[in-house]
Structure formats: C-alpha cells, structure tokens
Design a protein around this ligand. Sequence first.
Ligand SMILES: Cc1cc2nc3c(=O)[nH]c(=O)nc-3n(C[C@H](O)[C@H](O)[C@H](O)COP(=O)(O)O)c2cc1C
Length: 365
Amino acid sequence: MQPPLAFDVGPVRVDPACVLAPMEGITDRPFRSLIRGLGGCGLTVTEFVSSEALTRQVAKAWKMAEIAPDERPVSIQIYGRDPERMADSARYCQDLGADIVDLNLGCPSKAVTGGCAGSALMRDEPLARRIFTAVRAAITVPMTVKMRLGWDRECMNAPEVAHIAQEEGAGMITVHGRTRADAYRGVADWRSIRAVRDRIHLPLLVNGDILTVDDAVRALDESGADGVMVGRGTMRDPWILRQIADHFAGRPVCTPTLEERRVVILHYFDMLASSSPIDPDRYALGKMKKVTGYFTRGLPYGARLRESVYAATTTRAACEAVTHYFELLAAHDLRDGFSRVFADPAQPFREGDSRRLDRPETVSP
Ligand SMILES: Cc1cc2nc3c(=O)[nH]c(=O)nc-3n(C[C@H](O)[C@H](O)[C@H](O)COP(=O)(O)O)c2cc1C
C-alpha cells in the first residue's frame, strides 16, 4: 500500500499531489479544464506569463493569466527579472483569483534567459532572493518556485536556490530534473533532485519525463519528492495524472476505453473552438493541429491522423478526422493501442526510443 499523495501549501490543499505542469501554448483554460475533468489532478498551473507584459498591461498576457471560476486550486505562473514588476504581477495574479503564484526559474529559452529571467536566475542567487522577497511581501497567497537542477552540470545549485526560496517564504518547490544546458536532451535526472529534498522541508514536486504510473513511482522514490508534476505526459495520455492518483490511493488504475478517448479529444476540440476569441477556424484550428501532433506521437496510425488534421481547413474537418481515426483503430481492432504504447514495459520511452517525449519544437521553455 502506497502512502497517500497529498500535502498543504499554506492554506491550499494539494490533493492528490499530482500536478499539471505549466506549458506555454498548451495549458490554456480548455486544456486545464480537460485534465481536471478527468480527475486525479490536485493543482493546475497556467502557462507562464511575462511580468513585463502584465505590468505594461499587454492584453494577451492578461488573457493568459485568466482562470476559470471553478478551477481550484490553481496557480498562475509568472516570470521576469525585475523584483518590483514581479511583485506587482504577483499582486495582479492574486487579484485575478490565483490560489498560488508560481515563479519560473526554469525556462531555458534564450529569449527569456537573455533578459536574465527563467533559468538564468539560478545563476544569480542574490537577484533570485530579491525577487522572492519582493513577491512574498506583495501577496498573501502562497508563493511557489519552479526550477531546473541548475544552469549546467557544473552549476547544479537547485538545493541552494530552493533553500533561499524557503528562507524567503516560498510554500512549495518544483524541480525539473534537467539543467538549463540540458534543454530537453537526455533523460530527466530524478536522483539529483534528492539533494533538494535533503536541503528543504517544503513540499517538493518532481518533474520531467513522467509518462506512466511506474515512472511516477520511480521518480518519487529516487527524488524523495512529495508529489509529481507532469507536462508532456498529459498530452500523450490525458489520463496519466488520474492513473497516478488512482495508484497512490490504492484504487484500480483507470484504463479509458477507445470510446472514452474519442469523446474526450472531441470534447477538448469543442472547448477549443468555443473558447476561441475570434475566428475559430483560424485560432482553434491552429491549436488543434499543434496538440494533435503531441497527442498522437507513437500511436498506431498516428501519422495518418496528423496528416488529415494538418490538412483540415475548418475545425469541423479536424473533428471529423479524429472521428475517422478512431473508426480506423476500431476496425483494426487496436482498441488497446493506447495502453500498449503507454504501458508496455517492452516499449520503454526513456532510453532514446522513438516513443520518447518530444522536445518542444516551436515553444522554447
Ligand atoms: C510546450 C512546452 C511549454 C512549456 N512551458 C512552460 C512554462 O510556461 N513554464 C514552465 O515553468 N515550464 C514550461 N515548460 C516545462 C514543463 O513545465 C516541464 O517542466 C517540462 O516539460 C518537463 O516535464 P515533462 O517531461 O513532464 O513535460 C514547457 C514545456 C513544454 C513542452
């Protein structure tokens, strides 16, 4: 029997401690609603929002920080390098209804680190501390920090940065088991996260390359963390958090049927179309094409589905392509195609296998 996976971040109960990772361009309101609706998700985090853009009143940034009234608990993630702007942004996020404000010290993209934000802050501990202090003083809701192991293998200072965050009043730390120099290469190093565990007493989330329940068990065991954060795994299998939660609650692990998968993907496409600010056939269709690429890597006939969704010129045509895809799977008796891809230990994704998680292609964090 596994111990329950849950903890408190100040007044916020994270139960189960299975958290949807922030992913720019992916974890918008419809995606967060999709994952939450499947169960097993104890906390959602928005895409990262620029503190520069928030404080300069850029409409797109404010839109990214929007949360649904029933999305609880939810964290809004911000990034930046200016303590004052970070503090002001954190206050805005609190006013928007965030239960938690998360600070990004993980983004490896040059656009962000060039301005000494994201993972570049790990190289400037005094500045990171000033940001923590300023944000902590600006809000009453918990402040949390998401980071990488360090800048590179020579500078794996996550334990120190996490300790600084703890001293400055952070309520939870998440560590992606890669350095900035690793970008998305190689395999997440969960074992090195244990040094963070040994340095802080705050709730700790392990993140990186968690795709299956077994991965979650191993990641927790190797890192000593209190919970898991899953990003790309939720695009490959939206039920992954639910399955991890089931396992740790001692329940039978849910195995969605082909029909359930079809309904959920179509429901998500529908949410995308209806949440589209302007022309759904432009905005939502672009998003559908993007997520279909993620949703279908390694799946039987996934390439065929991608081709037909990419060729679609309307959201309706994209939905029809999904419907045809599932008919194809059923016709070829590939009902369990998904579970085979995700659960078969003979098909490991962690050792350079083609079913490994894709690196973000167009998005940099
Ligand atoms: C498309 C994409 C966008 C991302 N955007 C963010 C972001 O906005 N903020 C952040 O802290 N991390 C971001 N990340 C990093 C993820 O939160 C996570 O740390 C990383 O993908 C490793 O976890 P995973 O293997 O479960 O995906 C992003 C990752 C991807 C793939």
